[in-house]
Design a protein around this ligand. Structure first.
Ligand code: KG4
Ligand code: ZN
Length: 350
């Protein structure tokens, strides 16, 4: 049995979680409201807020789990990708804690964390026993559509820590496309959830936007963004109230375009690999339109579909702790000379 403390600080949420093997005992999150008025994450403000939050967040996670720091077997932390200043807070804190307690640290790739969120167990609602947080855990190999603010990838997951990238974005991440589109509509950051909310009231067919033509499993979203921008500019020139009076239709049209692009590639990936187990992961997998569409396609095409519970879609430390647990099983601890990596040169699974 192992207690794993997970620490996540890659972007603008400070989070800590404790697992007992795969069972989640606590998952504490401090979200940073400070970025809202700037329309995006301001790296320096994010680092400072992490610095303020990290001690109380970790203490609370340990308290809720009912254990002391000396009972922890390993401290898993996000090494990257993410913002350097943000990653430095979590990394330095984990190393300091390790030095003072003798507990080993385990570096975790944030992207692996998103994928392995499907393997977290939670106490069952009846209070007796435990159950997978996602209802069921996918068997290996499975395909994972990893969609977040920084990444868009289709992965073949061969084992908890063995991945192959089948396709990925050649420009923006889909979360960025949601957020930038939302900004053009005058919505608050982060825009993805706002687009999701507005899209429910709009007609997705009213305003169609350009889709890229890419033959392989890679994605491109910059063309959609440009087409959206030019369309809004032209229409606003004719009618300055155009965006205000069509916000819901515009959100629905943009969301449908983005979901169509993602869905088409997943269908192609299933055809190419013959693997019919498909999982969603990452912040954009919170999108209700994407979830509904994937359930629909999986029903039509006989896929086994795995959709994470909402609280494990966006950044959280439980996913870092579960990845730490799998690395712990393999004895893969890290040295105290470890430093953050901001870019995704880290391969998922590493
Ligand atoms: O995984 P995540 O929390 O952070 C990164 O690793 O990037 O993903 C954040 C992204 C943001 O772009 C946010 O707008 C998007 O996920 N997002 C959504 C929804 N909830 C979060 N996008 C569309 N619909 C949502 N409901
Ligand atoms: Zn993330």
């Amino acid at each position: 049995m192992a207690y794993i403390l997970g620490i996540e600080s890659s972007c603008d949420d400070t989070s800590a979680a404790v697992l007992k093997d795969t069972l989640l005992l606590s998952n504490v999150m401090a979200s940073q409201e400070v970025h809202k008025k700037y329309g995006g994450v301001v790296p320096e403000l994010a680092s400072r807020a992490h610095q303020q939050n990290i001690v109380p967040v970790v203490s609370q996670a340990l308290d809720l789990a009912g254990i002391g720091i000396r009972e922890v077997h390993a401290i898993a932390f996000t090494r990257g990708p993410g913002l350097l200043g943000s990653l430095l807070v979590g990394t330095s804190f984990a190393k300091g804690l390790s030095l003072s307690t003798g507990t080993p640290v385990i570096e975790v790739n944030h992207l692996t964390g998103h994928v392995l969120s499907h393997f977290i167990d939670v106490p069952s609602p009846s209070g007796t026993g435990t159950e997978p947080a996602s209802g069921r855990k996918p068997d290996f190999p499975f395909l994972c559509l990893l969609v977040s603010g920084g990444h868009t990838q289709i992965l073949k997951v061969k084992a908890p820590l063995a991945y192959e990238i089948l396709g990925q974005t050649i420009d923006d991440a889909v979360g960025e496309a949601f957020d930038k589109g939302a900004k053009l509509l005058g919505l608050e950051y982060p825009g993805g959830p706002q687009i999701d909310r507005l899209a429910r009231e709009g007609d997705p067919e009213k305003f169609p936007f350009a889709r890229p033509r890419i033959e392989n499993l890679d994605f491109s979203f910059s063309g959609v963004k440009t087409s959206f921008l030019y369309f809004l500019r032209d229409m606003q020139a004719q009618d300055p109230g155009f965006i205000a009076s069509n916000q819901a239709h515009l959100a629905a049209g943009l969301q449908k375009t983005l979901i169509d692009i993602l869905t088409e590639k997943v269908i192609r990936a299933v055809k190419m690999t013959g693997i019919k187990r498909v999982a969603l992961a990452g912040g954009v997998s919170a999108n209700s339109g994407l979830r509904t569409r994937m359930i629909l396609e999986s029903g039509k095409r006989n896929w086994d579909m795995f959709i994470p519970p909402l609280r494990f879609t966006t950044d959280n430390a439980a996913m870092i702790a579960i990845t730490g647990y799998y690395k712990w099983l393999e004895g893969r601890t890290s040295g105290l000379d470890i430093a953050p990596v901001t870019r995704s040169s880290l391969m998922p699974g590493e």
